[in-house]
Unconditional design. Structure first.
Ligand code: ATP
Ligand code: MG
Length: 346
């Protein structure tokens, strides 16, 4: 646990600016007096691209490497062609910093709306692989634009890449009370990748006899997310399945205003990046309507990653208490941030 935190902040676009301000407010309030917080803001995203045509220049990529962690709001704008900022900024960062763990916890807080029937117990974590699968840009198009166009999108799976994410997931499962890990794949159809994932999973499982293991095809997993979410503790899965499952997870556990995530490099070789799952929400940007809770919970993940477990728990407890007292009265982004900051300062 460092006695100082040197944080890079990328507020980004739309509500990113608004929610990050609240995240920082709560971070400042929760940190002990003797922990020095230094922040440096990076102007990256749609506005920067419009002004300069740049997405993530090498000099800034280098500068980002010097931080302990990164807090990101949201990046994008309908005015920027699709893919420019995703590939040129977000995926570039993820690959450059080797963020091979995409961590997305789902917990149903008290007094929180879920579209599921009854009062389901939801408290699980998805460990999504972050640097392989079909997201590596391997593929191409032949006879482009003709009626005989052929498009390929290769799913890349390496023994090294699969084993490191599977190991990380076992570590996380072993540290939780229920100690249960579910592998989600589709190894009856995607046989080559599925074989590598299942074999690796079974091999590593032998080293963790205290962890109960389970395997589900991804299609079955979507059913159980809705009908029996309580069966899940930790889930490990590939990049694409994880992308889809975590949106479903957010939908069943209080919605997009609460979903936090971390793009993590557990080796510490590069800074990890924490961000709300939601996007820039142009429809409500600038109106003070955005719920900053997802960003505040992302700050908790950031603190836990840096070794500030007690402070992470304080934030999660504050969110839980705040949600329990919500009565439907509309509050501004700023008011929610203030309320959480007061609670964590205790
Ligand atoms: P992007 O392209 O950046 O992902 P988007 O248009 O897909 O943006 P999201 O940000 O993912 O939009 O939001 C989807 C919907 O959820 C929008 O209607 C938005 O207003 C709402 N929303 C997203 N985040 C929040 C939030 N923090 N608080 C309240 N509503 C939100
Ligand atoms: Mg979106």
């Amino acid at each position: 646990m460092a006695s100082s935190i040197n944080l890079a902040v990328i507020p980004g676009d739309g509500i990113g600016q608004e929610v990050v301000a609240q995240g920082l407010k709560v971070l400042n309030a929760v940190l002990p007096q003797d922990v020095k917080l230094e922040t440096k803001e990076y102007d990256l995203g749609a506005q920067r691209w419009h002004r300069t045509g740049e997405t993530l220049p090498d000099a800034e990529l280098e500068a980002l490497k010097g931080h302990d962690a990164i807090l990101l709001g949201a990046i994008g704008d309908p005015s920027v062609p699709s893919g420019v900022l995703e590939r040129g900024l977000l995926l570039k960062l993820r690959f450059a910093f080797d963020h091979f763990i995409n961590l997305r916890p789902s917990k149903l807080f008290p007094n929180t709306a879920t579209p599921l029937a009854g009062s389901p117990e939801i408290d699980f974590v998805v460990v999504r692989e972050g640097t392989e699968g079909p997201y590596t840009g391997n593929g191409g198009s032949l006879r482009t634009g003709t009626e005989h166009e052929v498009a390929t999108e290769v799913s890349l799976n390496t023994a090294f890449g699969v084993e490191r994410v599977v190991r990380d997931a076992f570590e996380r499962a072993a540290a939780r009370p229920r100690k249960k890990l579910t592998l989600v794949h589709k190894n009856n159809v995607l046989v080559y990748a599925g074989h590598l994932w299942k074999n690796t999973f079974d091999k590593v499982a032998a080293e963790y006899p205290q962890v109960t293991t389970d395997y589900l095809h991804v299609d079955a997993a979507t059913i159980f997310f809705v009908t029996q979410p309580e069966r899940f503790d930790v889930i490990v899965t590939d990049n694409l399945f994880g992308d889809i499952l975590t949106d479903l997870a957010a939908a069943i556990s209080g919605g997009i205003g609460l979903a936090a995530s971390g793009n993590i490099n557990p080796t510490g070789a590069f800074p990890s990046m924490f961000e709300p799952v939601h996007g820039t929400a142009p429809d409500i940007a600038g109106q003070g309507k955005a719920d900053p809770t997802a960003t505040v919970l992302s700050v908790a993940l950031l603190l836990r990653h840096l070794g500030y477990e007690a402070q992470a728990v304080r934030i999660e407890d504050a969110v839980s208490a705040d949600l329990a007292e919500r009565d439907g009265t509309a509050r501004t982004t700023d008011e929610i941030g203030d309320a959480l900051a007061v609670r964590v300062a205790g």
